[in-house]
Ligand binder design. Structure first.
Ligand SMILES: [Zn+2]
Length: 117
């Protein structure tokens, strides 16, 4: 069984966030003081490569476009409201990936939506 594309995207979003955090010198220094391994940056890069290899190409492309625009390219949707832009009834375009996962995008802000209800 392949991993769900949505789960991979969420994982990727978190990895990119952690990668960004590692670019902050003060954060890195703090981690070193706390005794975290120094190859953490390489491990994150490796994980990013692994995740992107498993992602649908079209989907990955859209994610990258969104990541340039937003810190968090994905948003939860609850009771029909996108928590990225807070516009009601956001469900817009859908993308069916090569793995037959259905990914939804917000009509308003374009973020990739994941349901919490
Ligand atoms: Zn939105």
């Amino acid at each position: 069984m392949h991993e769900s594309q949505l789960r991979l995207l969420m994982f990727l979003q978190d990895l990119l966030f952690l990668q960004k955090e590692m670019q902050d010198f003060q954060v890195v220094e703090k981690y070193e003081e706390m005794g975290f391994p120094l190859d953490r940056k390489e491990k994150i890069e490796e994980a990013i490569r692994e995740v992107t290899e498993q992602l649908d190409r079209d989907l990955y492309h859209r994610f990258q476009q969104l990541a340039k625009k937003y810190d968090r390219p994905m948003a939860p949707v609850k009771k029909g409201v996108c928590y990225g832009c807070f516009v009601a009834a956001p469900t817009g375009s859908k993308l069916i990936t090569q793995h037959k996962d259905i990914i939804e995008f917000c009509n308003h802000c374009g973020r990739i939506l994941y349901r919490t209800d």
